[in-house]
Each structure stands twice: as C-alpha cells, then as structure tokens.
Design a protein around this ligand. Sequence first.
Ligand SMILES: [Zn+2]
Length: 242
Amino acid sequence: MSKKYIDVHTHYAFKDYEDLKKIYETENIVGLCSSTDLHSYKDLEKLKEKNINNLFFSHGLYPDVLNNKTLEECYKELDQIDFSKGIAIGEIGLDNKITKDKQKREEQKKLFEKQLEIAESKKLPVVVHSRYASKHVLETLTNFKIPTILHWFSGTDKEIDEAFSRGYFLSLNYDRTKVNITEENINQIFIETDYPIPYNNKTNILNIKEAYKIVAYKNSLNINYLQEKIQENFYRLFKIKI
Ligand SMILES: [Zn+2]
C-alpha cells in the first residue's frame, strides 16, 4: 500500500478540474472536498462526474449562509441536497466571528442541529466548522452520537482534551492548531489544507504535503508513520480502502 497524503478538508471547485486530475493521478493525494452552500454543492456535483480517483465529497450548509438567507430558505436548500452523494456531512457548524447578532446565532445553531439530525439518520460522519465557537459547538454536539471531525479546531487545551475524550477526530491545519500528537491521540488525527486558503501566500493543491511535513516536524514524528496512522484513521472512519 503506497503512502498517501490525505487532505481531509478542502474546497476544490469545478474549475480546478484539470489540475486536480493531473495531481491526483501522480501525487498520492486523497481528498475530502466539502461544499459550504447550494452553489458549491452543485459545482462539486459536476466535479464528481469527472470520477477523479481518491477524491471524495461531503455536503452541507455552513453557518455563514445565514448572513444573507433566512432559516426557512436554508431549510429549503437542504431539501435540494442529496447527502448520500457524500461520505460525510459538512462543512457545517457555528461561526461567531462574523455573526454577532444573537438571533442569527440561534438560527446558526438550528441549522447546525438540523444537519446533525440528518447525519444521525443517514449514519454519516460530520465535518465541523467552529470559528470562535468551540465552546458552543461542543455543547451542541453533546446531544448527538455521530463520528465527528473538528476541522481547524482552535479550542482551549481543555476543549481539545474534551473533544478527544468524546472520540472526535481533530484535523490539523499546518501549524495553526495547537495539538500535541501523542500515542494516545494519534488515532484521532487528520491533516488538512482548507484549500483555497493559502499557505506561505500560495494557494496550491499540493500544500497538503507541506502540512504533513510541518505536523511531523513539530511532533518529532516520522512522516511515513504519520501517513500510515492517518490512513488507518481514514479507513476506520469511512470504511474506504485507499
Ligand atoms: Zn472549510
């Protein structure tokens, strides 16, 4: 089994198709590409038709969609998404950075809970966004029993411990998530780029290799070992052999 670089949280678009195809054919990369709204869902459906090997999808409405839509409109959009076309539900969650308004935050929570219910009923894992909202995200998740990836989680040390103790996976983004990998938690680790977010001013699909290098170096781990462990995590969570 060749060692893979799994990017568990990306946002490719259909326009990336030619680059993606070349890179996925030659570079041992595996991706979980998430939609954030109805527009990107439709875009990714087109990308999926291209059948790029080792490129997987997850669908959902992320919290910022409520900035220019009502909750009712969002519920209607959920009806238009075929969640079974993905291997997870996401990107979903809470974002307190942009949304200060109390009522809007309540609506975010309702939209998040609605999609957690869908995940529960369809037995799909979730990819969760928690910007400036780690406490509220953990609170909301307590009511659900769903395999969970907290992407780019920026909680406190206590919240990180809590997430691990509940069995959640933490997806690390370069050196910006302050998790120390240990023998106890390495079975709950993923790595991501959150592409197209740039690293060192560069937006590059291959940044995932940089992310693995940085995480391995920071935790004094052999990169092959890290790849092997994350590959095992991917299999345990999604039951997909890559
Ligand atoms: Zn994202």
